[in-house]
Each structure stands twice: as structure tokens, then as C-alpha cells.
Design a protein around this ligand. Sequence first.
Ligand SMILES: C[S@@+](CC[C@H](N)C(=O)[O-])C[C@H]1O[C@@H](n2cnc3c(N)ncnc32)[C@H](O)[C@@H]1O
Ligand code: SF4
Length: 384
Amino acid sequence: MRELKVGEAMQETIGLYIHIPFCQKKCHYCDFLTFVDMEERMDEYVTYLIKEMALYSGNYQLDTIYFGGGTPSYLEAEQMVKIMEAIQSHFVILSDCEISIEMNPESVTEEKVKTYLKYGFNRFSMGVQSFDDATLRMMGRLHDRETVYQKIALLKDLGVKKLGIDLMFANPKQDMDVLKRDIELAMELPLNHISYYSLMIKENTPFQRWVLTGQMRVLDDEIEREMYHYIQSELTKHGFHQYEISNFAKGDVESRHNKKYWQLKNYLGIGLGASSNIDFVRFVNHRRFDDYYGMIDQGEYPIQISEKLSLEDREKEYIMLNLRLLKGFEFSEINQRFGIDFLTKYQAVLSKHKKLGLIDYDNQGIWFTEKGLDVGNQFYLDIL
Ligand SMILES: C[S@@+](CC[C@H](N)C(=O)[O-])C[C@H]1O[C@@H](n2cnc3c(N)ncnc32)[C@H](O)[C@@H]1O
Ligand code: SF4
């Protein structure tokens, strides 16, 4: 097969991810690529985002755009205007393009939301994490429950339709009562999407330090699973359907952009440390400002790592990522994409794990059972 160069395919339809690596304050559990106290460098960063986009000019049309971070809502309205205008000039934005933004409650303002709406943003996601003020303080968040209520009311008043929040569970200081109350309060709000993440203790975070010094105890797996099952049943009771391990939606408000990641579709990541997946090439941008800016100044793609996976590796990745989706995947698609007969190739693994109750399949497709969603790793090990 001929090597495909980055950005070579003409007017291919892809998703665009824009990374905004700034936050007002670093949360105690977070290890995402984001920096604090850099407001005065945000203009410069926006300039480089635009220069990076220019390198891909004319190559792609977009059916999803996703602003993630960090805290995209921390940008000033006019900085967002500059980015959106650059996207409009370097890419074709399809008429039904999904345009999403991650927001932190305290940084949402009327001016910013009006700007988002003016530029076609149609999916809004707010990082709430918990409605319990003591839990929020311990996590190092800047907002409280009241701020969440005010900002959600503002978003709804201004006409936002697709609105979701991120919540976290298995936080050592959050017992079952706090979790139940979090869900109760979330269900009273006008939301149609919820991402509910199980807390991961990340390296070099205050949370990790507190665990290592015994100030914080990680929850037992059993309790963590009990919480997860409780979330699944409560959200389902309230009209949400689960479509991915951590994601729940009402109606069609599933994240089209995030589904591209799990379905191994093409997406381009712009910005510091952003990763992309275009056809059979996966590439990741530099994670240091100087390197990122330096490459762009030389008119080069600011890519640090680029790898072309073998078809076999892609196939395994396809299986593992797609099984994060509750509906799993269809045989016709994997067979066509990788030129295999999935049922024949994986026959032994499939029958073993069906007997163990981890997976289920019919003559069209395969998906994880409830048990499989909990202990999917066993299946992955055999696939690999
Ligand atoms: C990287 S943040 C970006 C959005 C925004 N800055 C915020 O905090 O809401 C996206 C989401 O990742 C989740 N997250 C961050 N660190 C996590 C961790 N250590 N374990 C589990 N989820 C985490 C949080 O729920 C957060 O809302
Ligand atoms: S969780 Fe969000 S707000 Fe907190 S540090 Fe991470 S990216 Fe920033």
C-alpha cells in the first residue's frame, strides 16, 4: 500500500479536535496537558493554532469540531472568534456539523455563550464532577453547586439545546450517600448527556501524593463497581441510555465526535499535544510550547510522534475501541475494513468468552455483556 502523507487526502470528511491547554487552576486529580497562570500567553497560542490550521488548509471538510482541554471556556470570546474564523477559512464546515465545547462552570459568561451560539456551537458540556461542595473543594475545583445552577440556567435561557455534564465517582471522599445525592440533583436538571467517569489516580497529582502518604484511601473495586452499577440503573430509569462505558445520552445527543475515537474514524487534532488519526497514520503533536511553536515557525507540521500501524494492529485496536460502545460493532464493517472473516479468525476466543458470559454475538455483530463491560480486559488479553 502507498504511504499516505499527513493531510494528503483531498476534502476527506473528518472530525477536528482543538486543544486548549489552559486552566484557571489545576484540579487535584488531573494530569491532562494543561497549564495555569498563562493568561498572557493565550493570544500567542491562538495565533499558533491558526498557523497550524493553515498547514492543513483546503484538505478537509468537517462533520464534527470539538474544543477540549484544559478549559476551552477559559478563552476570551474574541479569541474563540479568531479560532472559529480560521476554521471557516481553512476547512469546509458541513451544514450539520456537530460543534462541541468543554466548559468549566466558573468561566462561562453570557458574552461567551452568545459568541459560541453565533458561531454554530451546538453541543455544550460542563465539568461539574459533583454537586457536593465539600467534595468539590477537596477535588480542587473552583466552582460550587450554586454556580452550576446559575450557569446551566444561563445556557438554557440563551437557547442551548444539547447540554451535558461530566461527573466523577469513586472519589475516596465521596461515599454512596454523596453519589446518590449527586445523581438525584443531576436528574433534576435539563440535561441530555452525562459522562460519568470513575476517578483514576494519576501520577504526580496531589491525589496520588495523598494516597501514597495514607491521607487518602482508594476505594475497593467492589464498591467502585457497586457505584457504577447504581449509576447505570439510575440514569437508565431517568430516560438516559448508556452508549459507551462512561457515557449516557437522551435521544440522539450522543457525542458524534467522541464516537469517531471509538470507531477508529478519521480525526485531526490541532494544538499542543493533540493527537490525530488519519487513515493508517496516527500522529501526536509536540507537548512543549517551544517545540510546538518552533516547528510551526519553520512551516512544518508540529508533530512529535507519527506511527503507521500495521493492518493487524489496527484490527485489534478496532475491536478493543469499538467494544467500549454498548452496541459493539457489526461483522460486515470489520470484515470489509480489514479484509477478514471475523467469526472464523477469532472463533476460539469468541466461543471461550461467550461461555464465560463476557461477550455476546449474533450473526450480525458482537457486543460486551454487562459482565464484559466490567472485566473486558480478560477478553482483550486473548484478542491480543
Ligand atoms: C480533562 S477535563 C476537561 C474539561 C474541563 N476542564 C473540566 O474539568 O470539566 C474532562 C473530564 O475528564 C475527567 N477527568 C479528569 N481527570 C480525571 C481523572 N483523574 N479520573 C477520571 N476522570 C477525570 C473530568 O470529569 C473532566 O470533566
Ligand atoms: S479537570 Fe479540567 S479544569 Fe481541572 S485541571 Fe483538568 S482540565 Fe483543568
